[in-house]
Structures are given as C-alpha cells and as structure tokens.
Design a protein around this ligand. Structure first.
Ligand SMILES: Cc1cc2nc3c(=O)[nH]c(=O)nc-3n(C[C@H](O)[C@H](O)[C@H](O)COP(=O)(O)OP(=O)(O)OC[C@H]3O[C@@H](n4cnc5c(N)ncnc54)[C@H](O)[C@@H]3O)c2cc1C
Length: 465
C-alpha cells in the first residue's frame, strides 16, 4: 500500500470540496490531497441531466477565486432580464479548469480522481485497485451534502414489465412522440423537465404531472445581485423579516411570505406541504402553470403497464405513455438531520451555514479553520443550517441562518472578508449604499430594526421559547 502525507485530506471534489480547497489555497500555505469517486471535479454536475442549469445566478456560484458568470443578463428565454445561469456542462468545465489551471499548478494540491475513500484512513483507485494510506493533519469530509440525482437514483416504487420509463437524462434523445408524458415528482427536477419539454415544443395537454406534495418555491427575481434590483431584493428581504417577526403560526408565516412575493406556489387553491428551496423565475412559473392535468393522490408506489398505484388511489396509464422519474432529491433532509459539528477534533465537515448558499458556506468554513484557533469559537461561527424539507424546517433554517449572520456581523475582520468574497453575492451591494439615498437606507433600516423581533418570534414558532 502506498503511503501519502498531507496537511488536509479533502474527500469529495464536488462544489463544497472545491470551494473549501480554493479558500484554503488563498488563505494558507497548507498542502492538500483531494480524493473523489468521479473522474472529474464538480460532483453531481458530472452526472446531471443534459438540460440542467444553475437555479441561482452564476455570479455567486463556484469557488471564490474565479468568476463563473459571464456577467450578463439573459436577453431571451424564461430567465430573461435576470443574471445568467450556467449550464451543467459549463459548471463541470469550470470546476475542471479550476483544478487544472489553479489547484494543480499551485504545487500544493494532489488530486486522486476515481478513488473511493473507505473511511479507515485509506482510499482505493477504482481503475488500478491500488490502495493509498494517508497520514493527514485534518480530514475534510465534503461528502455530507451529496446530492441524489436522477440518473443514479433508484426510484422508490415498483416498475412493472412493459412500462415506458426513463430519468430526465433520456428526454433530449427522444425521436418519437410518446402518447403522453407522465412526470413523477413535485420538485425542481420535475419543473426543469416540464420546462425542457414545453420549451422544446411539447404540448402542455400531453403532460400529466404527479405531484405528491406541492412545493413552496423561491422567486429568482429576489436573488439578483445587481444595483438595479436593489429595491426588489432588499425590499423583499425586509418583508421576509417582518413576516417572520409577526407570523402567528407556520401556515400564517407562509401566507405572509406569499403576500410579499418571497415565495410562490403552482396553484393558489392548493396549500404546499414542502419547501426544498426550489428557485424559479416568474416566466418559468407562468409556463409550468400551463400544465393542467395534475394528479395529487400522494406518492407513487408502483407503475404498471395500464395503471399507476399511488398512496391515495390509482389512475390509468398506457404502455404508450412515457413515465419520467423526477423523484430524486437532496439525500440528507432536515427530518433525519442529526446536526453534526462542523469542527470536531481533526475532522472538518463543510455543511451549509447560510441558507441556499452551500459554496459560500464551504469557503467560509475553510477561512475559519485557517484564522481561528479555538474549536468552540469556530463552531459558534458555523452553526449548520437545516436543509429544509417540511415547512417547519424553513423556520429552523431561517433561525439558524440569522444567528450565524448576527455572529459574523460582530466580528469586524470576518465581516470585511465576507464582503469581499465573490460567493457572498450581496453584502457588497449593501455596503456601497450612498448614505444620502433615503429609500435604500430606509429598506436597510427596516431589516435591521425587525431582525431581533424576527429571531424571538422564530424561536416561538420553533417551540424553543
Ligand atoms: C440540479 C441542481 C441545481 C443546483 N443549483 C444550485 C445553484 O444554482 N446554486 C447553489 O448554490 N447551489 C445549487 N445546487 C446545490 C449545490 O450545487 C450542490 O448540490 C450542493 O452544494 C452539494 O455539493 P457537494 O459538493 O456537497 O455534493 P456533490 O456534488 O454530490 O459532491 C460530493 C462528492 O463526493 C464524492 N464522494 C462521496 N463519497 C465519497 C467517497 N467515499 N470517496 C470518494 N468520493 C466520495 C462524490 O463522488 C461527489 O463527487 C444545485 C443542486 C442541484 C442538484
């Protein structure tokens, strides 16, 4: 067995591992080994469906040291007027460039693709079978947010003989119109698949959509890090804060969030039961609303040639219908989330410490490890924020994110570093406000004044006070 030695052993070259390693390179002179099962860096982006894109602007995705966005707004399509969203292929190619053009030439990174870490201090090459034993100072486990993706996911229902079935990955290869399309799942993969079908010429009437639980979704218009969007972005943020300060129940909270345009739903007559932070533009929402044949009878338990069994009943189907599995989701959801510490002895776990911002979180955790000695202090500044599934999780997520934000704001050096970090996206905009601009100052004042009340009320809603 070959023996290796390093300062940091990073397991996982997905977005989290890459964001962590990049900041470690910038902020320290440490050496690192990066190990991943995939042949290329970028994690789940390597296996994503061909029409996948980022759900949020590229300008705050990737690693801190290198721009991903083309710095343009889309002029056509359903993201028109909003900041560019990289395609999956662009994201994969970006991470490959980061590895080949920054990490490896630094001479401080050794990369072992197609290798499986077994957790016992060793990893094995999937191609040669060679085993490597590693002596490290710190182990960075960047596998904990591993995404479950359609092409690798085993559907949680039986699929009978003769059923026409595929993950969304197969859609661009269709050459013959099926009798109809049956989309299974109510999350962002389902939304992406429907948008792909409709934008590519399918008729909305040919689509049947099985939604086990309707989602509350976020509007991408509220996440535009551009000066011309300031009032929209921070005005909605102030309304979000007010909603959290005044809501009497979780249901009431979502009603308020919908009224102020922070969240949207597919059908105003159906109450959503889940929140996975799916992000959508107003034009995309209007487009998916064209699909009228929606089945809300619970989860699919079996697909048969002529019928679909669901937890709430059954419906007919035909062998000519194409069934598209969009039921994969984020692997670890808040329900079974036993919150581990980010820093524990010589183990570091890059987890989400700001809602909807995994890569910023990975970068910040690397910064904390380099610049802070005390483990308790590092953990105080990086409380893991729940990955939401239920509506109650949204409360826990918002509370955790606000506590972290408050703690960061009390540390002047950290605050400055965050402001300058490309992955932060928004703080720079607020720090550059002209103090004579009464309208912008009023919005920031509303956020600042409501925040303490929001925290107190969220604690009540979460049953903590
Ligand atoms: C469709 C989609 C769109 C998204 N859009 C956005 C967006 O716009 N903005 C945003 O901020 N986030 C977005 N996300 C979320 C984000 O990109 C990542 O999914 C999330 O941060 C998880 O990244 P990760 O690196 O932890 O996981 P992964 O990408 O799953 O990477 C984990 C890596 O660990 C490796 N690994 C696991 N176990 C082992 C082992 N034992 N040995 C060796 N290697 C191992 C895997 O091979 C994998 O490469 C999106 C996610 C999806 C699915």
């Amino acid at each position: 067995m070959a023996e290796l030695e390093t300062d940091y052993l990073i397991v996982g070259a997905g977005a989290m591992g890459m964001a962590f390693a990049d900041t470690l390179l910038s902020e320290s002179d440490a050496r690192m080994i990066i190990v991943d099962r995939h042949a290329k860096p970028g994690g789940h982006w390597n296996m994503a469906y061909p029409f996948v894109r980022l759900h949020q602007p590229a300008s705050f995705y990737g690693v801190a040291s290198r721009e991903l966005s083309q710095g343009k707004k889309d002029e056509v399509g359903l993201n028109k007027g909003l900041m560019d969203l990289s395609t999956g292929a662009e994201v994969s190619s970006y991470f490959d460039d980061v590895m080949r053009q920054r990490f490896l030439p630094s001479g401080r990174v050794d990369y072992y693709p197609m290798c499986d870490w077994s957790g016992d201090g060793a990893f094995t090459s999937s191609l040669s079978g060679e085993r490597f034993k590693v002596r490290y100072k710190k182990l960075v486990d960047a596998t904990l947010l591993t995404a479950s993706i359609p092409s690798e996911h085993k559907p949680p229902y039986e699929i009978g003989k003769g059923v026409h079935f595929m993950p969304p990955n197969g859609l661009p290869a269709l050459r013959q119109k099926p009798e109809g399309y049956v989309i299974i799942g109510g999350g962002k993969t389902a939304v992406d698949s429907i948008l792909f079908l409709l934008e590519s010429g399918a008729k909305a009437d040919d689509i049947q959509w099985i939604i086990p639980r309707d989602p509350w979704m976020l509007l991408r218009e509220n996440a535009q890090p551009l000066p011309e969007y300031f009032e929209r972005v921070f005005g909605t943020q102030a309304d979000y804060m007010k909603s959290m300060a005044e809501a009497e129940t979780v249901e009431d909270l979502f009603d308020r969030l919908e009224a102020c345009g922070y969240v949207v739903r597919l059908d105003r007559d159906v109450r959503p039961q889940m929140f996975h932070a799916a992000t959508i533009s107003e034009l995309e929402l209007a487009t998916i609303r064209q699909v009228k044949n929606i089945i809300r009878m619970g989860h699919v338990t079996a697909l048969e040639e002529n019928r679909i069994l669901l937890t709430g009943g059954e419906i007919e189907t035909t062998p000519g219908n194409l069934h598209i599995d969009c039921s994969a989701g984020i692997a670890r959801l808040a329900k079974d989330w036993v919150t581990p510490k980010v820093f524990e002895g010589n183990i570091i776990r890059p987890l989400t410490v700001r809602s909807y911002m995994p890569v910023f979180s990975g970068s910040l955790i690397a910064y904390l490890d380099v610049h802070y000695d005390d483990e308790d202090e590092k953990n105080r500044l990086s409380q893991p924020v729940a990955i939401p599934n239920t509506l109650e999780d949204f409360v826990a997520m918002s509370l955790g994110a606000m506590m972290n934000q408050y703690n960061w704001s009390q540390d002047k050096t950290l605050r400055r570093w965050i402001r300058e970090n490309r992955l932060d996206g928004f703080t720079k905009l607020t720090s550059e406000i002209d103090h004579d601009d009464k309208s912008k100052m009023a919005i920031m004042g509303r956020i600042r004044d409501t925040a303490p009340k929001a925290v107190g009320n969220l604690m009540k809603l979460a049953g903590l006070a």
